[in-house]
Design a protein around this ligand. Structure first.
Ligand SMILES: Cc1ncc(COP(=O)(O)O)c(C=O)c1O
Length: 399
């Protein structure tokens, strides 16, 4: 069968969950991907903030092949070598003491919610409510969708999991107003990714930490998108000097290999055997990749590079905003968004695709940048030169 026919057939056989571009990606290297027609794409989506080291980096290929030649899969019932090495490396580089490995962000968050509820049962007279924030995104299992509380999901898959209340992001009073004897945790992203790149303020984060300490409430940080150098520090919490009790990680953790982690402070080592688990927890291939990715991020100080490139992006966008309708440039490191003056972000994203640039319209009026963390200044310039063609020029003569 020819490719167009194969695509047509797949469209009749895959469950419809998303609209795909009519293109088949075949290979990738650095910050670029190639389709089966040989067209090249400069990638500012990065597999949705995943491919922190770029496409098919040697480090991941080597880790995978070396481990695959030894042992692809053991079982969560046994230790495996990369698991032992990686666990230590990860724990030693965070403020958390314990880790449970899983495969996706939603699964890690589901585990975080269960861990908080377990704490409520054991230490807080059965408290179970978790306060989340407006514009949050925590995943697509039924419970993480319930935690997310997106308006467009309101009537979907009813009845939802009970026990979530939503406060306003960056509004400490609105959180305080929801705290009651049933509250066991507050859960948020330090920089909201899917919500349009909204950065928590220092005051909000510190206020939440203080509130949690005063009321014996757990602070859960969803760092699925912000972890592993994405925001210019290894973890988002490091921007605020505020430590979470529970942290969840995915996306960049495996550089493209499915891996996630639920991390917690020592006092939360309270699961009993059987409370939590997964067939692929601590899977050897995932552990080997996770270790290789983190080691590379540390050895090459890629967080610092992400911070530098983020600053360059901010400067370049500020410069561009003198001539084009760009404002509300926001974000840290290489998780950045900006508004384009009107509802043309989707149109810009499509035009850029035709020009060989992958860029996400995170809102009808905002573009989001989340490229591999190894991006260079010249590749940023290349992206801006493409985007600029579709921005609205400021007409200084028209008043
Ligand atoms: C902050 C955050 N949490 C959770 C998730 C869900 O992760 P996954 O798609 O790996 O389940 C995402 C995905 O975009 C995310 O950005």
């Amino acid at each position: 069968m020819q490719l167009p026919e194969l695509i047509k057939t797949a469209d009749t056989q895959l469950l419809t969950v998303t609209q795909r571009q009519n293109v088949v990606m075949q290979s990738g290297s650095g910050v670029r991907m190639k389709d089966t027609e040989g067209n090249e794409y400069l990638d500012f989506v990065g597999g949705w903030a995943v491919t922190c080291l770029g496409h098919s980096p040697k480090i991941i290929v080597d880790a995978l092949t070396e481990q695959a030649n030894k042992l692809v899969n053991s079982s969560p019932s046994y230790y495996n070598l990369p698991m032992l090495e990686y666990t230590k490396l990860l724990v030693d580089n965070t403020c958390l003491d314990r880790v449970f490995f899983a495969s996706s962000g939603a699964e890690a968050n589901e585990g975080a919610i269960k861990l908080a509820r377990k704490y409520g049962q054991k230490q807080k007279d059965g408290a179970y409510e978790i306060i989340t924030t407006t514009n949050a995104f925590h995943g697509r299992t039924l419970t993480t969708m319930s935690a997310t509380g997106k308006a467009i999901w309101k009537d979907l898959y009813e009845p939802k999991t009970k026990g979530f209340k939503q406060a306003e992001f960056n509004n400490l009073d609105s959180v305080r107003a929801l705290v009651n004897k049933n509250t066991v945790a507050i859960m948020l992203e330090p920089v909201q990714g899917e919500g349009g790149v909204n950065v928590a303020t220092q005051e909000f984060m510190q206020g939440l930490r203080d509130l949690c300490d005063q009321e014996n409430i757990l602070l859960i940080l969803d760092e699925v998108q912000t972890g592993f150098g994405r925001t210019g520090k290894l973890f988002g919490y490091q921007h605020f000097d505020v430590e979470p009790d529970i942290m969840t990680l995915a996306k960049g953790i495996g550089g493209g290999f499915p891996l996630s982690a639920l991390m917690a402070k020592e006092f939360l080592n309270i699961f009993e055997a059987g409370d939590q688990g997964a067939t692929y927890s601590s899977q050897p291939l995932a552990m080997a990749v996770g270790k290789a990715v983190l080691q590379e991020l540390l050895d090459e100080n890629i967080s610092a590079h992400s911070e530098l490139m983020g600053e360059y992006l901010h400067q370049s966008l500020n410069e561009l905003s003198k001539d084009y309708a760009i404002d509300n440039i926001r974000g840290h490191g290489l998780l950045i968004a900006f508004d384009v003056g009107s509802d043309i972000a989707g149109h810009i994203s499509k035009q850029c695709f035709s020009d060989g640039l992958l860029i996400n319209a995170c809102k009808s009026y905002s573009l989001r940048l989340m490229p591999p963390l190894i991006i260079s200044k010249s590749e940023i310039d290349e992206m801006l030169a493409i985007v600029r063609q579709y921005l609205t020029p400021i007409n200084y003569n028209a008043v």
